[in-house]
Write a protein of this length. Structure first.
Length: 451
């Protein structure tokens, strides 16, 4: 079948898609119920469930996952003997950060300069709409040629692992021949891309104690061990002079041999200030896709406003370590904890606590599903070939699914290209990307079924 009917159908459905995304973005579905009402997430889950029922899905259910959130499941049977494809997205979102810094309200989808702005518009409520558009286009052009399962997660951004544990407890539920994770993105707007690798991560909380209580810095400073200064020394030990991550026992010389990320493009995407150098060595792709990266996420210490002249008795930090494919996240956690303990100065007491972990992921790009997706993307993006890129972020569910279903092919696509500014102020989605990727997904399902 020519791609034109599919493309024409998706184009005709875009006004409805915008209206639906407006409704979905309006839900403040942040799965941190200390900050946002649980009812907002539940309403978003029900919206997704209703949308699946409207498309003829069976067995639609709100799954109560062990972390206290809900994932939405539905089954759309295909022709007898057809392969099964699992489509994944998540409806939960990151907090909006400073709402006053947004150009338009974060939970109101707003069109501006050819893009649609709103929290979750790209990550990943737009992914929910991408799946719906692809299925609607197929239904209007001969039917859906595969059995489709949809799973929309309710706590991906929190990393609390609810869906992973639920899937492990119900291993037959999500079984599929191929899994399409709609939570990645093109390398550039207009450049079709599949994400072939994901870095894993570990989160470690560090506490340093040196005194029974704070002391007057004039009376005791100079001899009394300062816990905050000790913590600063520990954190500094995690970086070399050039900014490279240096965790004892963890190598950092891996090379990325796929699509490259030009430094000038990266500086622009990352909005690096003039005159500020990038950290690390090797290519940008090496640094963000193939090597470990440590980030200090937060420090507990007195704020500048209201600070007193005191030697600090205790200080804490939260450290994130991104782990490249080929490295076990559990082993990396042990190395990070050992490094912190070894580099804590002055005999200060130090404790480390792991509070989160996800394994890295590497896809098999030689599989038939990848060949079908390459053909589909080439038709949806005329004149462009599908590219393979890495992603520095983590999607722990990928490894859970890969472990549960080792024969399943896993592809990662989505709407989170650099201009989308996911997790940041003024997140947005390109409606052109939503349209083209929906066409690509529909064509992929046709071509995959024909194999």
């Amino acid at each position: 079948m020519s791609p034109d009917p599919i493309a024409e159908t998706v184009a005709s459905l875009m006004p409805k898609a915008k209206a639906e995304l407006t409704e979905l973005v309006a839900f403040k579905s942040v799965a941190d119920f200390d900050q946002f009402p649980r009812s907002e997430s539940e309403a978003a889950a029900n919206w997704v469930a209703d949308a699946l029922r409207a498309e003829g899905f069976q067995d639609v259910a709100l799954l109560d996952t062990p972390d206290g959130t809900q994932s939405v499941y539905g089954l759309l049977p295909g022709p007898e003997g057809a392969p099964t494809v699992l489509l994944y997205a998540h409806y939960d979102v990151q907090p909006p950060l400073d709402e006053t810094a947004w150009t338009s309200p974060p939970f109101e989808l707003t069109e501006r300069d050819g893009r649609w702005y709103g929290r979750g518009s790209a990550d990943c409520k737009g992914g929910v709409l991408m799946h719906l558009l692809a299925l609607r286009a197929l239904k209007a052009n001969g039917g859906v040629p595969v059995t489709v399962k949809v799973i929309a997660e309710g706590s991906e951004e929190q990393g609390t692992g609810g869906l992973e544990r639920y899937a492990e407890e119900h291993p037959d539920l999500l079984t599929a021949d191929t899994i399409v994770i709609g939570d990645a993105g093109n390398f550039r707007v207009g450049l079709p891309t599949v994400t072939a690798t994901l870095r894993g991560m570990t989160l470690v909380r560090v506490r340093v104690d040196t005194l029974e209580g704070n002391l007057h810095s004039g009376q005791f400073g100079g001899a009394a061990p300062d816990a905050l200064a000790a913590l600063v020394r520990v954190l500094d030990s995690l970086r070399a002079e050039d900014g490279s991550t240096t965790v004892d026992g963890l190598t950092g010389d891996e090379v990325w041999d796929g699509l490259q990320y030009e430094e000038d493009d990266f500086r622009k995407d990352a909005k690096v200030l003039d005159g500020v150098r990038l950290v690390g060595k090797g290519t940008v792709a090496d640094r963000i896709w193939a090597r470990p990266a440590v980030t200090v996420l937060g420090i507990d210490c007195p704020p500048v406003v209201g600070a007193t002249p005191s030697v600090q008795a205790a200080a804490r930090a939260l450290i994130s370590l991104r782990v490249p494919p080929g490295v076990d996240a559990a082993e990396a956690t042990k190395l990070l904890q050992a490094h912190v303990e070894a580099h804590t100065p002055w005999g200060a007491q130090v404790t480390t606590e792991q509070i989160g972990q996800g394994q890295p992921f590497r896809a098999d790009t030689t599989s038939p599903a990848y060949a079908a997706m390459a053909e589909a993307m080439g038709e949806a993006y005329p004149g462009e070939e599908m590219q393979y890129a890495g992603q520095g972020g983590s999607i722990p569910l990928c490894n859970t699914l890969a472990a549960l279903y080792p024969r399943a092919e896993i592809l990662l696509i989505g709407l989170s290209e650099p201009e989308a500014q996911i997790h940041a102020v003024d997140e947005s989605v390109s409606p052109q990307e939503l349209e083209r990727l929906s066409v690509a997904e529909a064509l992929f399902l046709q071509k995959y079924a024909a194999n």
